[in-house]
Design a protein around this ligand. Structure first.
Ligand code: FES
Length: 120
């Protein structure tokens, strides 16, 4: 049995070889958006597979629906990607979460600059 880990939640579950990333995510209680029930047609289940992960090669549906640039970056359809060994999956951030995180990072940067100015 291999292990699959989902980032950013860092939830992990044991997986059997050949289990899809989407099914493993469901067992790990990690939400992956989808509309086509895993039929490989909606592209809503895009995830990023980390480089060291051991997964199946892209299937014909993925080659048709995902650009070659994205495939080269590890973007895959969770419903079509089969786990074949230890795997780490990064989930896309929601737009709202990305905006909030960018604002928090900006605030931290400003505070750091203010602290430096006050200490000098
Ligand atoms: S769930 Fe629709 S393409 Fe994967």
């Amino acid at each position: 049995m291999a292990q699959i880990t989902f980032v950013p939640s860092n939830r992990s579950v044991e997986v059997r070889q050949g289990e899809t990333v989407l099914r493993a995510a469901s067992r790990a209680r990690v939400a992956i958006t989808q509309r086509c029930r895993g039929n490989g047609s909606c592209t809503m289940c895009k995830v990023r597979v980390d480089k060291e992960s051991v997964v199946s090669l892209p299937c014909e549906a993925e080659k048709r629906l995902i650009s070659s640039a994205e495939l080269a970056q590890g973007v895959r359809l969770a419903c079509q990607t089969k786990v074949q060994g230890s795997t780490r999956i990064s989930l896309p951030q929601s737009k709202l979460a990305a905006v909030v995180q960018a604002q928090l990072a900006e605030q931290r940067e400003r505070r750091t600059e203010q602290d430096k100015t006050q200490n000098n």
